[in-house]
Design a protein around this ligand. Structure first.
Ligand code: SAM
Length: 234
């Protein structure tokens, strides 16, 4: 496993550790964070894909994943196994569910990851993939690519496509890019942090415009993240 020792990788690790840190400064930091400028389309979770005895969560550093074995490059609290999704240390057919949410854009070789997901899935098991289409550059710990919905579907390989669509819509795209754009004008990090907080709190209610826009067949032209549910035959 080759964990880059870049400043971005170190920053990512600090962010993950801060998410669960009990220190009062980190608690205050979490309280001041504005709500995310996006909402999820509920159709994404309408698929019936029950958890099994063993389920896998890829790339869950800084997140809690109850019911899953949480695998990430970074061995931070909450991660059960530090490993690369490109070479999973698990036997074939072990997992009933695999979650791969906003990870494929960060791995060196997404085809290898898909090969591993297919291998460790139990016959009849489900994989849920989410990837960004229109989203700012974000290194966790690298950022290699974006996907259209067609590009995501191409990764399915031998897995059956059960459902596919857009998780987050055009307004989410506009808001996340607007926040990044404003920060480009600010040369100092403390200023960017304040701008992100202030603008984030002012703008987040606009995210509900996507409740209307996601009904449009054209919403995907500037959709934010798309998803696919896949099932291993058998
Ligand atoms: C954008 S974050 C995913 C966020 C997470 N799904 C969530 O909802 O909180 C991407 C994650 O993938 C991890 N990651 C990147 N490359 C990886 C790899 N080759 N194997 C496993 N995890 C990786 C990163 O460390 C990071 O935690």
């Amino acid at each position: 496993m080759d964990l880059p020792s870049t400043p971005a990788a170190k920053r990512a690790e600090v962010i993950y550790r801060r998410r669960f840190s009990p220190a009062w400064r980190d608690r205050l930091w979490r309280m001041l964070q504005p709500p995310a400028p996006l909402i999820h389309d509920p159709r994404e979770t309408e698929v019936e894909a029950p958890l099994g005895r063993w389920n896998l969560y890829l790339g869950g550093a800084g997140a809690r994943a109850p019911g899953y074995v949480n695998v990430d490059l970074f061995a931070v609290p909450g991660v059960d196994v530090a490993a690369s999704a490109e070479a999973l240390p698990f036997p074939d057919g072990l997992f009933q569910r695999v979650e791969c949410d906003a990870v494929l854009e960060h791995v060196e070789n997404p085809e290898k990851v898909m090969g591993e997901i297919t291998r460790v899935l139990a016959p009849g098991g489900f994989a849920h993939l989410v990837v960004p289409f229109c989203h700012p550059f974000h290194e966790y710990p690298r950022d290699y690519r974006r996907y259209t919905l067609h590009g995501l579907l191409q990764l399915a390989g031998s897995l059956e496509v059960v459902a596919a669509g857009w998780r987050t819509g055009p307004t989410a795209t506009l808001l996340v890019f607007f926040l990044e754009y404003v920060k480009l004008w600010l040369p100092w990090r403390p200023l960017r942090v304040v701008a992100h907080g202030v603008l984030g709190w002012l703008l987040w209610p606009l995210r509900y415009l996507d409740v209307i826009l996601r009904r449009s067949a054209r919403a995907g032209r500037i959709g934010n993240h798309c998803y696919v549910w896949l099932r291993k035959p058998g």
